[in-house]
Design a protein around this ligand. Structure first.
Ligand code: NAD
Length: 339
């Protein structure tokens, strides 16, 4: 376990086991140099305990990098709750998790993530103040979409020479909470939308409300467009798909878009500008972090401009050093985290 922690440069790892509620939770605190660790809580059925620990470690590290590049006084952490096959009282399980978080005295702040809801966060909030994205705080997705929209402008400017989105062809994969809100903003800015979603209802809505052109899910990545915006699942950029892309840039909300780090070099070699996912999709994190710190909405919206500024800085370094923007982003994050 310690070897694993050292290789991930993880600060600390915490475990809770509460047979009364069925809670089996792991909290990984990756780096708190810039502030208390903030990161979502996953509630998923893991095949074994080691894969739950691995997930917590990997995701906690990602949160440190995201918070650092978003200019937040926040470190990175993540929680994983192993979802039991059967749970009698979900509320009691999340309340027990709240008590566990409280024992860490604010070193870790939790938030909504895969498998959890704002109602679960409300249960946690009964026992600790170190929780965000409760029902009172609201959904971070619109803020993520705002940040991605600003990031697409910065990407268009860097790759195509103008941030005017009028007539720009943007292919969006996934019209969920973030993807649909992004589509609305792009439509309002005059972009031409090509869209896919596994849920045909979402596609139909975009066709009717935004004049979007539907594309079959399996064909979207190979569709000719100016900007590809992955807003569905991670891992879409892999050794097979990169060769099929027919876009000038990739800039979207999905987490972990690169199947591996060297995929960013393949994109670079093909002349496709890649907006690092954890930089462009930081709007939701900025929202929950600043909301938790008691900042008013105008201050939060103002902080979102950090995303396009940071992307422009990354693209500048990438061009000057002939390196992929993903490698540049990692190097900046590591400088901020480790000095
Ligand atoms: P969501 O679950 O609301 O939407 C995802 C959508 O993508 C769904 O409608 C789904 O049907 C669709 N989809 C999945 N696979 C697809 C495929 N192969 N082709 C076409 N459509 C596909 O999720 P969301 O909250 O909108 O988040 C989208 C992405 O952005 C995720 O990767 C998430 O991790 C990331 N992200 C979200 C936030 C946020 O604030 N919600 C913040 C940062 C990152």
């Amino acid at each position: 376990m310690f070897t694993l922690m050292e290789s991930a440069r993880l600060e600390s790892l915490h475990f809770a086991d509460d047979p009364a509620t069925g809670l089996k939770a792991i909290i990984a605190i990756h780096n708190s140099r810039l502030g208390p660790a903030l990161g979502g809580c996953r509630y998923l059925p893991y095949t074994d305990e080691q894969s739950a620990v691995d997930d917590a470690l990997r995701l906690a590290k990602g949160m440190s990098y995201k918070a650092a590049l978003a200019g937040l006084a926040q470190g990175g952490g993540k929680a994983v709750i192993i979802r039991p096959a059967h749970v009698d009282n979900r509320g009691a399980l999340f309340e027990a998790f709240g008590r566990f978080i409280d024992t860490l005295n604010g070193h870790y702040i939790t938030a909504m993530d895969s498998g959890t809801s704002s109602v679960d966060m409300d249960c946690i909030a009964q026992h600790t103040p170190h929780v965000t994205s409760t029902t009172a705080e609201g959904d971070p997705s619109p803020h993520t979409a705002l940040g991605v929209f600003a990031g697409i402008r910065a990407t268009a400017l860097a790759r195509l020479g103008s941030d005017n989105l009028e007539g720009l062809r943007v292919a969006i994969q996934g019209l969920g909470n973030v993807g649909f809100a992004l589509a609305e903003q792009l439509h309002a800015a005059g972009a031409e939308l090509l869209v896919s979603d596994l849920d045909h209802g979402r596609v139909q809505l975009a066709v009717e409300q935004l004049g979007a052109r539907p594309v079959a899910s399996e064909a979207l990545l190979a569709t000719p467009c100016d900007i590809l915006a992955p807003c569905g699942l991670g891992g879409v950029l892999n050794s097979t798909s990169v060769g099929q892309l027919r876009c000038s840039a990739v800039a979207g909300a999905a987490n972990n878009q690169l199947a591996s780090a060297d995929i960013s070099d393949s994109l670079q070699a093909r002349g496709i500008l890649y907006a690092p996912d954890y930089v462009i999709n930081a709007g939701g994190l900025i929202y929950v972090a600043l909301k938790h710190q008691g900042e008013p909405l105008p201050a939060i919206t103002a902080h979102l401009t950090q995303i396009s500024r940071r992307l422009t800085e990354i693209f500048g370094h990438a061009q000057a050093d002939k390196r992929s923007p993903a490698r540049v982003a990692d190097a900046i994050a590591e400088r901020l985290l480790y000095g």
